[in-house]
Design a protein around this ligand. Structure first.
Ligand SMILES: Cc1ncc(COP(=O)(O)O)c(C=O)c1O
Length: 363
């Protein structure tokens, strides 16, 4: 591996965060590892959590196979359910649980011989209006599909505003979901990371933990440090060029940054083709040799430029952290006008994921 750009994955942080977030018994916990575990590597994350976690979740059936090939044995919940009959059949053989949210999916499953039918959970739309049956339709589905009761069916819903714990819409959705939960007395699954942290009444039978496991904050107004979460990914690159420029000279495409004083500019080997957001403006923090510096000028496809004038001794091959242990991904996401979920899932395949191995003797 010649180029030193890499995403270092910290298994100990994944384990710490999972334990930190795990709700008290009797709630059970699903680790959400869709989209290649939010960019961290689904197999890596599942292996890191395998002794702690009894169930995983992905978005689509295709995401199950790599887990099985890697020997992950836990049931896997498929949050978008099947996209065709073949998905229904493969769910049975791969020990997946399908979350069904529309009538076409229900028909595929109803028409299967019972021995070929996988476990099915039912998605209820309580206000997100993205996927799921309304409470009335879900009750009707349960009344007309007896086979749903002959297996371990769970009612599932998803909150639209869980990242804002005081948002009254959380209560609106909870009350809507309670109507069907109380009527049917079925097991329920609703809380994501944010709701797990802030609304114990919403834990239900199962919680679904995603972003918090990866060490980013699930809450709009609370930092990951305040929640005692640790970064599970450190995105790192190295200095590949150093330029001394005069006051008034410019840097990069469109000459977007003009030096207000004589400056030292370090060019770093990471760009938007690696998943570093092109929207990051001048001033976005990075960490060089343990000290904060700032991005200046436009993000290029393969490089960024940073102002290291005030950091003595920066030289070629010095390591630069774009986010991670020293710089919360949430801070960079805010600069880019987005959320941590997008930053980590967009780290491209050009960036090797390197698993940090902690030396147990010296740890
Ligand atoms: C249906 C569903 N459940 C749970 C999660 C996990 O949410 P979070 O990552 O905020 O914990 C997601 C994430 O997008 C989701 O779409």
């Amino acid at each position: 591996m010649s180029r030193q750009t890499r995403a270092i994955i910290h298994p100990s942080a994944l384990q710490h965060n999972y334990v930190r977030l795990q709700p008290s018994l009797p709630s059970r916990t699903i680790a959400v590892i869709k989209a290649d575990a939010y960019g961290h590597g689904a197999v890596t994350v599942a292996k890191a959590l395998t002794d702690l976690c009894e169930c995983f979740a992905v978005a689509i059936c295709d995401e199950v196979r790599p887990l099985r090939e890697a020997g992950i044995a836990q049931p896997v919940v498929v949050l978008e359910g099947p996209h065709d009959v073949q998905d229904c059949l493969s769910a049975k053989t791969s020990n997946s649980i399908l979350v069904v949210h529309n009538r076409v999916q229900l028909d595929w499953l109803s028409n299967l011989p019972p021995h070929q039918r996988p476990v099915v959970w039912l998605k209820v739309d309580t206000g997100m209006h993205r996927l799921g049956f309304s409470v009335e339709d879900a009750i009707q589905v349960l009344n007309t599909h007896a086979w749903l009761h002959e297996q371990a069916c769970v009612l599932v819903t998803h909150f639209a505003c869980a990242d804002e714990p005081d948002n009254p819409f959380n209560t609106t959705q909870f009350e809507e979901f309670s109507r069907i939960a109380e009527k049917t007395k079925m097991p329920i699954c609703m809380a994501n990371s944010a709701a797990t942290l802030t609304h114990p009444e919403q834990w239900g039978t199962w919680c679904r933990l995603g972003i918090g496991i990866y060490g980013a904050t699930p809450l709009a107004n609370t930092s990951s440090q305040e929640l005692d979460l640790q970064a599970a990914m450190t995105l790192q690159a190295e200095v590949i060029g150093i330029h001394r420029i005069k006051e008034g000279e410019t840097v990069g495409y469109s000459r977007a940054w003009t030096a207000p004083r004589d400056s030292i500019i370090a060019t770093v080997g990471i760009g938007y083709a690696d998943g570093y957001p092109r929207h990051c403006p001048t001033g976005t923090p990075v960490v060089v040799n343990g000290q904060r510096a700032r991005l200046v000028g436009r993000v290029s496809m393969d490089m960024i430029t940073i102002d290291v004038t005030d950091i003595p001794g920066v030289t070629l091959q010095d390591k630069v952290e774009l986010w991670g242990r020293q710089l919360p991904v949430d801070e960079v996401a805010t600069c880019a006008g987005t959320i941590s979920y997008e930053l980590t899932t967009r780290v491209s395949t050009r960036v090797p994921r390197v698993i940090e191995h902690v030396d147990k003797v010296n740890a």
